[in-house]
Design a protein around this ligand. Structure first.
Ligand code: NAD
Length: 454
């Protein structure tokens, strides 16, 4: 690991990656590798948890290819020197900000969208001109191996290298000095990564998880709410960091919502055979989720089959904040429904919980939208929709508090892998005597006036 990091640092210091043409070439190389290996990538993700080719394109490779296209198109603009105003006290001069790569970067990713969560940060890191060590998740071994095979054959390890492995390999990597660490995973491991990074004062982006709420008020379009919530919840069998974790609905429309949500589940015909449902990633998670299936609260679903790591799309009702399912991020196909009679109280209940990665509200009342946006702190979200905010590259993506910090996607990804060098550029034909001794009352009066008017 040490040699690898040293070699990447030597390569970075050769300034090759600072050339925009080099970066574009590498992005094109990644694009070609993904397109030409799509079948291999498809097979690996199906083998890991039966994710279909349709969803592999929709939620993984398609998004990465789109990121590459956007980065290629916008790279010249993103990386150009940006002029800013110069204050009067520095006259005559020009001022500008130069984006530059940070250096040798480490990207550690999660298993639930194994391609997207590994490769979207890689695209951002390449675009910004860094070298990269990528550590995909060992929990999805087939996709991890596919990524390693394809990228390690396609790239020079001095520039981009995939290291496979789990805790042991990640711990060894974290002992090295990086110029940036980008981590996607749990809050618990996020703390380990943050601590390791602190030893080298390495900046980090932490993309973590949490319980993302969905509010539904009585004026909402309930049918549409049910359609969009059910899709967002059961996509990837609920194993999505921004999946609606629980629904918090006005008691006046809760029955209507439960019925509409059930209709949507039935209509979707979720199954492996229909290619719109995936397995629970492993037995450990299956067992954890099975314990959360409180049979006295099942409104719909609840069936499971351990041999297939299958849990049916399930709705729980009459749930309250003390139930075990409300004590952890669910990260599986179980949707608890809680009710409220007073929105103010509901909002303050959610405010008491750790800050979520996402929050959703279904309402037609402007005042309610404003209230949720003002009173709950969360990473990002949607009004009258779930999950889809992630698909807009113009919306910086990330968490806040225990759901993480830092942003990526589109320009935000480029920024998170860049240093912004601020420069004051002065000619030598003039120099004011104001700041130099002898200090006089007159000089001080002018300085005060200048600072006041700036
Ligand atoms: P995880 O934290 O267990 O693993 C993430 C990565 O950390 C893996 O590559 C793993 O090998 C490594 N790792 C695990 N234990 C480690 C240790 N002790 N020391 C060093 N490295 C270690 O998380 P996970 O199970 O892969 O993912 C689930 C969590 O990730 C959920 O909380 C989910 O919400 C969150 N998540 C967040 C986002 C986001 O974009 N914010 C996206 C996907 C998942």
């Amino acid at each position: 690991m040490k040699d690898l990091v040293t070699n990447q640092r030597l390569f970075f210091n050769s300034h090759v990656t600072k050339d925009i043409h080099y970066r574009i070439q590498q992005l094109e190389r990644l694009e070609i590798l993904l397109n030409s290996n799509f079948e291999l990538l498809d097979k690996a993700i199906y083998d890991d948890f039966k994710k279909s080719s349709f969803e592999n394109y929709l939620t993984e490779i398609g998004l990465v290819l789109h990121d590459i296209k956007q980065a290629k198109n916008k790279l010249a603009r993103w990386s150009s020197k940006k002029k800013v105003k110069t204050n009067f006290g520095n006259f005559p001069a020009t001022s500008y900000v130069i984006p530059e790569p940070l250096g040798v970067t480490l990207i550690i990713s999660s298993w639930n969208y194994p391609y997207q969560l590994s490769l979207a940060p890689v695209v951002a890191a390449i675009a910004a001109g860094n070298t990269i060590i990528l550590k995909p998740s060992e929990i999805s071994p087939k996709t991890s191996s596919a990524i390693a095979t394809i990228l390690n054959e396609g790239f020079d390890p001095k520039f981009l290298k995939v290291i496979e492995g789990g805790v042991q390999q990640t711990t060894a990597l974290l002992k090295q000095k990086f110029d940036k660490i980008f981590f996607t995973g749990s809050t618990t491991v996020g703390k380990i990564v943050y601590k390791a990074a602190a030893a080298h004062l390495t900046p980090v982006t932490l993309e973590l998880g949490g319980k993302s709420p969905v509010f539904i008020t009585k004026d909402a379009n309930i049918k549409m709410a049910a359609k969009r919530i059910i899709w967002g919840k059961f996509l990837n069998a609920g194993q999505t960091c921004i999946a609606p974790d629980y629904v918090y609905v006005d008691a006046k429309v809760s029955e209507e919502f439960l019925k509409a949500a059930t209709t949507e589940i039935v209509k979707a015909k979720y199954s492996f055979e229909n290619h719109n449902y995936v397995q629970i990633i492993n037995e450990r998670n299956f067992d954890r989720l099975a314990l959360l299936l409180d049979s006295s609260k099942i409104y719909h679903g609840g069936q499971r089959d351990k041999s297939q790591r299958y849990i049916a799309p399930t709705i729980l009702h009459d749930v309250n904040f003390n139930d075990p399912i409300m004590q952890q991020e669910i990260f599986g196909p179980i949707l608890p429904v809680l009710t409220f009679t007073d929105l103010d109280k509901a909002v303050s209940n959610v405010q008491l919980l750790p800050r979520p990665l996402s929050c959703y509200v279904f309402t037609s009342i402007k005042k309610v939208k404003k209230k949720i946006l003002k009173e709950i702190t969360f990473g990002g979200g949607a009004i009258n929709d779930t999950i889809m905010h992630i698909s807009n590259p113009n919306l910086p993506f990330g968490g806040v508090g225990s759901s993480g910090f830092g942003r990526y996607h589109g320009k935000a990804g480029f920024d998170s892998f860049s240093n912004f060098k601020s420069i004051l550029d002065k000619p030598t034909w003039y120099e004011s005597s104001l700041k130099y001794a002898p200090y006089t009352h007159k000089k001080l009066a002018i300085i005060k006036k200048l600072l006041k008017n700036q």
